[in-house]
Design a protein around this ligand. Sequence first.
Ligand code: XLS
Ligand code: NI
Ligand code: NI
Length: 444
Amino acid sequence: MAEVLIGSEEYFKGIGKIHFEGKDSKNNLAFKFYDPSQTVAGKSMADHFKFAVAYWHSFCNTGNDPFGDGPKQYPWDQSSDILTRAKNKADAAFEFYTKLGVNYFCFHDVDLVDEGDADLSTYRKRLDEITDYTKAKMDASGVKLLWGTANLFSHPRYMNGASTNPDFHVVAYAGAQVKNAIDATIKLGGENYVFWGGREGYMSLLNTDMKRELDHMAQFLHCAKDYARNQGFTGTFFIEPKPMEPSKHQYDFDAATVIGFLRAYGLDNDFKLNLETNHATLANHTMEHEIQVAVDNNMLGSMDANRGDYQNGWDTDQFPVDLYELTQTCLILLESDGFQGGGINFDAKTRRNSTDLEDLFIAHIGGMDAFARAMLIAERILEESDYKKIRKSRYSTFDNGSGAEFEKGNLSLNDLSKIAHSSSHPSLISGKQEMLEYLINQYI
Ligand code: XLS
Ligand code: NI
Ligand code: NI
């Protein structure tokens, strides 16, 4: 990775390259635990995590909420000329990635350059120009694209959905937008392509033919996949589950729902999951649950790292800080093969009143340090404790004898009944949950 890349103006003045200073450092602008070259469980931290910065939250979102406009006035966002503004934004973004030492970013089409009231061909010209500009910055810095996507939810035309819109004209428009976004992703060497089903869902069944909408969504995904493959895209497509918000019922509810959908429509060879922590919370799951479901189905593609707020039901997209939860996520990552193609994208935003530019650095540094620390803790738990042994031994009655025959499918219901009749009452075996919960704390 090249040294810091500053454009025609330096935006994060007074902040230089962020270095690893070790756990005793008191410098907010230094890593205490994330040392990209340090090996954990046989792989460098940089390779384990593949951290990415989200263009939308970090460089576009000014902190608006339902009660008012955003208070953040980014210096790169001030020009009245759309392309100048987009280029300034790209300058700021690449200055940020290279100072932070993050090797990847992710974008929606309209993050790179505003759509405004442009028609399709005007927008395509803008996108071509800004992707030329972005590509030069990627070449100069070595920063790569983890994934691209299309924003099919902000514009009013998508108020009834995109690929699931009851009006075919909107479906076609979404197709044009996805084609552009796939072209941009391929041009920038994107390693993956994401579909988050923004408004793919419904508010009321009274006006919705759910079956037809799901058929349309699958057909649309087939079209997108076939197009990208024909253009030579070899990366993985990800679906990002979310149960609600903006729609009341989102079709991509959670990992299990999406896996079922992909299999039902023959998309499971090309698509995997991009799991987001806050979306897991909204689905009343833990992130560990979602990741384990994906791992067990060979579907863990990537992760959108953030956290929700347990006292409300919104996608608050806060930066991850909770070591206890992250340790459990890292345990699963280390016990499996990790991400297939993806990495850890900080789909997280600083709070509305975090108005200093340095807050963006501190938020990412804190998130990266939290993951690094959690990974180191998880490695020790797996190596030094009885954690794995305890879980495995709970299932030891299936390791041989009748239990093993049952797993192989060699026992009928009659066989089970005979075995039960000839045995004494099953004993009560403790699940040891408190002991395991306490064990994690002993390693933090
Ligand atoms: C919104 C989603 C979105 C996707 C990309 O809740 O997390 O940011 O990651 O469209
Ligand atoms: Ni996301
Ligand atoms: Ni989200």
